[in-house]
Design a protein around this ligand. Structure first.
Ligand code: UDP
Length: 452
């Protein structure tokens, strides 16, 4: 890709873990295609340039106070970030675009939740491509929000949770995105604004692959964004080009790898609910006892903030398990999922976690918490059939039953087999001639054709 050499791409991630990781991985991919990569990041959740010495990093003076950062209402938090970023990002672009020492800038790649980038990019006549860090199926649900409202599915009514959404198979009302910390009308606005952003962009990138979400990708192309090119070029982190460097905002505890090395193949339940989801104290206890009672070894990520309130693990809990359980604050998750000792992943089904599990053929226990996680979990359990959902609340007996179903029973064996077959598809799409491989080439050509 000689034509891309000497051209620079500016990448601006939304400053949260699940958005930062895929944006940096995308940077790696595009760097391997010859582009220079500049990452613009906020002081809030700022990035460590030494993790990617082949990129240029620019920090913009945008920070959140402790009280601002703890705003639970997603719409308010995102509005705050968008409002605070406008001027610093504009000033940063003035510098970057006028720097004669640097390669000329071909385009900006940003997150559809950073809607302020639209007007800023337009004012510089800089083409803007969006990276949606979630899956295509959940994005198709977001894009259908006006229809779902018109048909009366939104706002979600508790009495209708088990009803199928006939316009959006295989979803039920309970799978539709919602956030308990956001009132339904603000959430509706947040989502419809985000889903409209691609219409004012030069393209939409997904960290997914055709075989995984073919139907949803076709819906997005035909119905939602007929005029916007869509590039499913994932799974980003599995591309040969992507060096695996840590992009964690918390320090990874490598002790879990030595602990995994002592465990039997496919015996361990890995438990992590990502960087944002939180559980109540009582639920935390049920999880602990469910894991203990399952009799399987477990590796559990208990990050600061996972539990509302204190962390009420009973005294001597781990000791009483004689080494069968290991708890860390933050794990090198991709390494963990690729470890031969891991037999199942109990996840909140954030898109990155879901995809990382798919890529390693690890079957999932799904416990979605908010926004797109319910839709992802529905796909895991009912479309790809590579996992089971905890259906009847976070309760120790239910947890024990679900773990055993997946790890021991006949139904679990079929699920485990399907997970391995899906992993093979994930690997194939990246090989020369595979769908993501071709789509990435398509993206490079597209960037060269729109460059400012
Ligand atoms: N992650 C990690 N260590 C952990 C837990 C999570 O490295 O202990 C990473 C995980 O690999 C994934 C990201 O954090 O890339 C979480 O993104 P996801 O979309 O799954 O969930 P979110 O945090 O956005 O809810």
């Amino acid at each position: 890709m000689e034509q891309s050499r000497g051209l620079r791409l500016i990448l601006l991630p939304l400053p949260f873990q699940g958005h930062i990781n895929p944006m940096l991985e995308l940077g790696n991919l595009l760097h391997s295609k010859g582009f220079s990569i500049t990452i613009v990041h906020t002081k809030f959740n700022s990035l460590n340039p030494s993790s990617h010495p082949h990129f240029t990093f620019h920090s913009i003076p945008v920070d959140l106070s402790e009280s601002e950062a703890s705003v639970k209402e997603a719409g308010r938090l995102l509005s705050l970030i968008n409002a605070k970023c406008v001027e610093p990002f504009r000033e940063c672009l003035v510098t970057l675009l006028s720097d004669a020492e640097e390669d000329p800038v071909a385009c900006l790649i940003s997150d559809p939740l950073l809607h302020f980038t639209r007007s800023v990019a337009e004012s510089f006549e800089l083409p803007r491509i969006l990276l949606r860090t979630g899956g295509a199926a959940s994005f198709a649900v977001y894009a259908a929000f006006p229809l779902l409202k018109e048909k009366g599915y939104l706002p979600i009514q508790d009495s209708r949770l088990e009803e199928p959404v006939t316009e959006l198979s295989p979803f039920k009302v309970k799978d539709l995105p919602r956030m308990d910390t956001c009132d339904p009308e603000s959430f509706y606005q947040l989502i419809t604004n985000m889903a409209n952003e691609p219409k004012a962009s030069s393209g939409l990138i997904f960290n997914t692959f055709e075989d995984l979400e073919q139907h949803a990708l076709a819906t997005l192309r035909q119905d939602s964004y007929p005029n916007i090119p869509i590039f499913p070029i994932g799974p980003f982190h599995k591309c040969d080009a992507a060096p695996s460097s840590s992009t964690g905002l918390l320090e990874e505890d490598q002790s879990c790898i030595s602990w995994l090395n002592t465990q039997a193949p496919k015996s361990v339940v890995y438990v992590s609910f990502g960087s944002i989801a939180a559980v109540k104290e009582a639920q935390f206890l049920e999880i602990a006892w469910g894991l203990a009672n399952s009799n399987h070894p477990f590796l559990w990520v208990v990050r600061p903030g996972l539990v509302h309130g204190s962390e009420p693990l009973p005294d001597g809990f781990l000791e009483s398990l004689n080494g069968r359980g290991h708890i860390v604050k933050w794990a090198p998750q991709k390494q963990v999922l690729a470890h031969p000792a891991v037999g199942a992943f109990w996840t909140h089904n954030g898109w990155n976690s879901t995809l990382e599990s798919v890529c390693e053929g690890v079957p999932m226990i799904c416990m979605p918490c908010f926004s797109d996680q319910m839709a992802n979990a529905r796909y895991v359990s009912h479309v790809w059939k590579v996992g089971v959902q905890i259906e009847h609340g976070i309760e120790r007996a239910e947890i024990e039953r679900t773990i055993n179903l997946l790890m021991v029973e006949k139904e679990g064996e079929e699920i485990r087999d399907r997970a391995l077959k899906l992993m093979e598809k994930a690997n194939l799409c990246l090989k020369e001639g595979g769908s993501s491989y071709r789509s990435l080439d398509g993206l490079v050509k597209h960037i060269l054709s729109i460059k400012s």
